[in-house]
Design a protein around this ligand. Sequence first.
Ligand code: GTR
Length: 442
Amino acid sequence: MKLDPRAHSLCTALVIALAVPSLQAAAASRDVNLDESKVGAYELPPLLKLDDGQPVRDAAAWQGKRRAELLEVFSREVYGRTPGGRPAEMHWAVTAVDRAALGGKAVRKEITIWFTAKKDGPKMHLLIYQPPGAAGAHAPWPAFLGLNYFGNSSVNADPGITPSQAWMRANADFKIVNQRVTEGTRGVHAGRWDVENVVARGYATATVYYGDLCEDRGDGLTTDVGSLFGTHPVEERGPAEWGAIGIWAWGLSRALDYLQTDPEIDGQRVAVHGHSRLGKAALWAGAQDERFAFVISNDSGCGGAALSRRDFGETVAIINTSFPYWFARNFRAYNKREASLPVDQHSLLALIAPRPLHVASAEDDTWADPRGEFLALKAAEDVYALFGKRGLGVTDWPAVNTPVLGDGLAYHVRTGKHDITSYDWAQYLDHADRALRRGVAK
Ligand code: GTR
């Protein structure tokens, strides 16, 4: 559809207002393209060429050299460097178990993980639901792991989940005004987690409140996990020092550390997933930590699965301005200069190869550039091919509600808005049945 320029800018402002109300005033005044016919030409940086110009011809050269080069670029230029792995004194305790949760349909477990020896130091709370039944009968269970936005008790109305005491981002729908919330968010994101269904399909599902790791605001960088590593205030950070996305990704790996010790969970078959900003974190976690067996990006957009060079929807300049604490300071050098980035987001997706990867978009989520998410995945196919994986098996962007479950890679775009729905979960579960089930080839 061709629109006249005035109608286009009006429509642009309207779509942004619907997608991201808090950014409406700021973003509408900036230059956001939501018109496919105005996307300019771009060239993606090569995946299969080493920094010294030598071609990458096989999986060994990719794993042995190219992978490390690209990880280094993302660490230095995009997300910032992850300053360390599992702290030596990290320890945990199972604080509650209910073997008859959700009306007997699930086992609920709560675990507190302290990152230092101190009980009053940085910590996170992990919530797990798993299918009922004695450990050993069908266990260990393959699992999904993701961070949540409004505390563990937001993922289900289950009155038994311990509510979070941590700081929460303001949200008019849930009547949160930058405060510590206890009961207020119980069950508010139950639809996004689909716990009953996931458990009924034979999977465990585990989650941590992202605010336990890094509060989603500039000041959050120096508290919690940031404090553990001496992270500097947002504008005083070294150019390659990490930001919130790096911290959230680090927390996902620490949750996996625990899951790999839980005898009822199959730690070799854990999928990491995330929506939107937490989809960016899930991809970065999956790229760095090869223990994640399956990676899922739900509407992760700019700085996630969407190509930065494609001028559609949110841009590098907009995201760095709206959220200066999410990425490394170095990333700002690419504001309006995406073509000079030594990587694009297809390189991030390729870092997940040969492990199964699922990218999902929503038709009305133009801010996240659904087509750009598909094209990044398509471009990552070259690396999957090195491992003998056929990839998506389609050349064109699939129609809405026509999921593509390929070899190693899967993609779907559904009708509707920026969200996670039971339709999305149905696709992830179908993919997981192939990717995570014991006895089924990956
Ligand atoms: C928006 C941001 C997106 C996406 C989204 C979210 O404001 O521009 O990149 O991360 O927030 O996380 O919901």
